[in-house]
Design a protein around this ligand. Structure first.
Ligand code: ADE
Length: 230
């Protein structure tokens, strides 16, 4: 079973429209939509925004649906000048940029007592997602690298610079690393696929509504193509 998590209704609506729905269920105030999409057994769900919502959602998918793959789709702010609005970032790993236990000697972003700094994506899923995007969205660039997540919409150059300097991440959003963290704890495969909706700086608020729609369309195409290869 494959779990697909999007934070916002817009992010999951088109995927849900395309799927054959078998069953709806509510857990943790979230609506889980089970069925088939592109010939695969999937559960599609809107988690709500932020790391806690996303982690709770991932755990329900593991416990109630026994998913072995978690795909997180959505939009993100670019952290690199070469990554444009509309481009796609696929995670190699993900870190929580708002974790700070430096007082105890941990680097910024390190969850204390965890044996990893950044939560890894599944290598095969990464490669398949990259190939899928190159096939269905040839007009945009595909980037593969680190995702930095935190409970902040980043729309300030100074905040952006801090995240860039600490983590060398390609994009920032508000759920991916917590889903990767939950996947790591449960030993299930995971990948984050994010379309860039803004530059995570002072222009972010202005860019965001216009580009979100376009970014989501590209995401839906790549997720559907990826499913056909799993
Ligand atoms: N999702 C899309 N853009 C974002 C940003 N700039 N910061 C956090 N999450 C985002």
């Amino acid at each position: 079973m494959i779990g697909i998590i999007g934070a916002m209704e817009e992010e999951v609506a088109s995927l849900k429209e395309a799927m054959e729905i078998q069953e709806m269920a509510e857990y943790a105030s979230m609506n889980f939509c089970k069925g088939t999409l592109c010939g695969k057994d999937v559960v599609i769900v809107k988690s709500g925004i932020g790391k806690v919502n996303a982690a709770v959602c991932a755990q329900v998918l593991v416990d109630k649906y026994e998913v072995d793959i978690l795909i997180n789709t959505g939009v993100a702010g670019s952290l690199d000048a070469s990554i444009d609005i509309g481009d796609i970032v696929i995670s190699t790993d993900a870190v929580q940029h708002d974790v700070d236990a430096t007082t105890f000697g941990d680097p910024v972003g390190q969850v204390p007592n965890m044996d990893v700094f950044a939560f890894p994506a599944d290598q095969t899923l990464v490669e398949k997602a990259k190939a899928a995007n190159e096939k269905v969205n040839p007009e945009i660039q595909t980037f593969v690298g680190r995702v930095a997540s935190g409970d902040q919409f980043v729309a300030d150059q100074k905040v952006k610079d801090r995240i860039v300097n600490h983590f060398g991440a390609l994009c920032t959003e508000m759920e991916g690393a917590s889903i990767a963290h939950a996947a790591y704890l449960n030993k299930v495969s995971c990948v984050i696929i994010r379309a860039i909706s803004d530059k995570a700086d002072n222009s972010a608020q202005m860019d965001y509504p216009d580009f979100e729609r376009r970014a989501i369309k590209q995401n839906v195409r790549v997720v559907k193509e990826l499913l056909t290869t799993l």
